[in-house]
Write a protein that binds this ligand. Structure first.
Ligand SMILES: [Zn+2]
Length: 92
């Protein structure tokens, strides 16, 4: 699917239609200070098996993408709609 890099969309901060840049959101790294992550790392450190088994069954063929729109006038991010599934993205 081809997606234009710049789009004219509504900016809720400027309250009008402006040119906006499209940005793909990537996964953030895990927080090392989180309790569950500390427990996980402690279990990995010693001998023994992996704490949780990998889930069986087929994986999904597509990935879910989340787009953010950055307004060129005020520089703020707009979130419009939910993320959607596509196989291949191409920024035009
Ligand atoms: Zn704006």
């Amino acid at each position: 699917m081809k997606i234009p890099k710049e789009q004219r969309r509504y900016c809720k901060y400027c309250r009008k239609y402006t040119v906006q840049k499209v940005k793909k959101v990537k996964n953030k790294p895990r927080r090392k200070q989180a309790m569950s992550q500390r427990r996980h790392l402690r279990k990995l450190a010693g001998y023994g098996s992996f704490p949780a088994k990998k889930p069986k069954g087929r994986g999904k063929p597509t990935t879910k993408l989340d787009f953010r729109y950055i307004c060129k006038e005020c520089g703020k991010q707009n979130i419009i709609g939910k993320g959607f599934r596509i196989k291949k993205v191409e920024m035009v």
